[in-house]
Write a protein that binds this ligand. Structure first.
Ligand SMILES: Cc1cc2nc3c(=O)[nH]c(=O)nc-3n(C[C@H](O)[C@H](O)[C@H](O)COP(=O)(O)OP(=O)(O)OC[C@H]3O[C@@H](n4cnc5c(N)ncnc54)[C@H](O)[C@@H]3O)c2cc1C
Length: 394
């Protein structure tokens, strides 16, 4: 079955149907498990008690009444397959070893363990009740803090600033980033619109500025502090004043979840911790690509911004390839990253900026998405309705 390693002899293979072990039930893992559920025997290995819709995390921080919307139970995701509440500790070409000591042998493997991010962007617990409790604690701390410092002017830092402003019109909000510009690679008019909206929301953006030291205390905990800042490189426009705030949040620094590959039994990750994949999303091992092992989403070295939308498109390609192979056909579906960066970046429920690939222009460019459409597509419900359908809770 496979060109490099095989799951033959698996005790989990039922007669005539291939077993697929999907490691990680985030955006990509849940989507591929669902797509394969009818045609194969799926085992989805995921330590969390519910799917975490990270795109809702920042609103969950500022709206305790809304926060539960970012969790979706797994129990109605699959009709034939099963979700195993476990963590993979090692993967080899024949299957998955679990942290509990158990073992899942499989004909096909899909690695979908994604990435972690600092709280509150991603939850640092496998329990949704505990995640909600931590969000509530941070909400209480934030409520009492007048001056908010956000480190990182990427989409997460910008969205967090917009969510805070939507709830607290009077707080002072400062975003600091050593980069010289926001949203590099995006259309100039999108970046200009973003700066205009931030100014209108009275959100102060200090680009080309680095903190000389990390703020004291934990992020998300109220404690007044002052930190010195320095301009980066030649950017004399950056303000050098000390910064005083009552609470801070770290909005940079993604960590890829590939620790279980550290034993090298399947593949050795890149220096960034990512997994090398081919254009059919097959994992490359020491002797070349495995025909029966796939990876998707933030875990992979696909050259594009790491986004849930991309992970779900990867899932579609992987599902088509595995279903073809299970029918005895060749895996021919491929994934090509778009050369055009795209994103919808709400600034609270009613504003924001975005750009999408220009599917009608034919020149392979991008088109800006105006604030009302960003709000209607995403800002209003942060795609909660779409995930309610996927998880059968609509
Ligand atoms: C605040 C925020 C907002 C975002 N908003 C958007 C957005 O609007 N649109 C967009 O496209 N992208 C957005 N993103 C990016 C998006 O969240 C990621 O790109 C996406 O989560 C990647 O999906 P994934 O399936 O690769 O992995 P993840 O969603 O990270 O899921 C990985 C899963 O694997 C599990 N796992 C980890 N280790 C193991 C293990 N050893 N064994 C078993 N399971 C394991 C984890 O518990 C997790 O459930 C946002 C990110 C953040 C932080």
């Amino acid at each position: 079955m496979s060109e490099n390693g095989s799951g033959s002899g698996s005790e989990n293979v039922s007669a005539g149907r291939a077993t697929v072990a999907v490691v990680g039930g985030g955006y990509g893992g849940a989507a591929v498990a669902k797509a394969l559920d009818g045609g194969t025997d799926v085992v989805l290995i995921e330590p969390k008690d519910a799917f975490v819709h990270s795109a809702g995390a920042l609103r969950a921080l500022v709206r305790p009444d809304w926060a539960a919307n970012m969790f979706f139970p797994y129990d109605r995701l699959l009709s034939r397959g099963r979700v195993l509440r476990e963590r993979a500790s090692s993967v080899d070409p024949g299957g998955v070893t679990l942290a509990s000591g158990g073992r899942i042998d499989a004909d096909y493997l899909v690695l979908a363990t994604g990435s972690d991010y600092a709280f509150p962007a991603k939850t640092e617990t496998d329990s949704s009740a505990e995640a909600l409790r931590r969000l509530r604690v941070a909400y209480d701390e934030l409520t009492g803090a007048e001056r908010v410092l956000i480190l990182g002017a990427g989409p997460v830092g910008l969205e967090l600033a917009g969510e805070i402003r939507a709830v607290w019109p009077a707080k002072r909000i400062v975003i600091v980033d050593p980069a010289p510009e926001v949203l590099p690679g995006f259309l100039p008019e999108v970046r200009a619109d973003l700066l205009r909206q931030l100014a209108a929301l009275d959100i102060e953006l200090r680009l080309g500025v680095r903190l000389d030291e990390q703020p004291p205390g934990e992020p998300g905990r109220a404690k007044t502090f002052t930190v010195p800042t320095t301009p980066v490189g030649d950017l004399t426009a950056g303000l050098t004043a000390d910064l005083t705030a009552d609470i801070w949040f770290r909005c940079h620094g993604v960590r890829v979840n590939g620790g279980y590959l550290g034993d090298g039994r399947l593949t050795l990750p890149t220096p960034k911790g990512q997994v090398r994949v081919t254009d059919t999303l097959n994992v490359t091992g020491p002797a070349g690509p495995y025909a029966h092992v796939y990876a998707l989403g933030d875990l992979t070295d696909v050259a594009e911004a790491k986004m849930a939308g991309h992970a779900m498109r990867h899932a579609d390609v992987v599902a088509r390839n595995i279903l073809a192979q299970a029918r005895g056909e060749r895996a021919t579906a491929t994934y090509l990253p778009s050369p055009v960066p795209s994103a919808l970046l709400p600034l609270g429920p009613g504003g924001g900026v975005g750009q999408l690939p220009d599917t009608e222009g034919g020149a392979g460019g991008a088109v800006p998405v105006p604030a009302p459409r960003v709000a209607a597509y995403k800002g209003a419900d942060l795609f909660v309705g779409r995930f309610a359908e996927l998880f059968g809770t609509a």
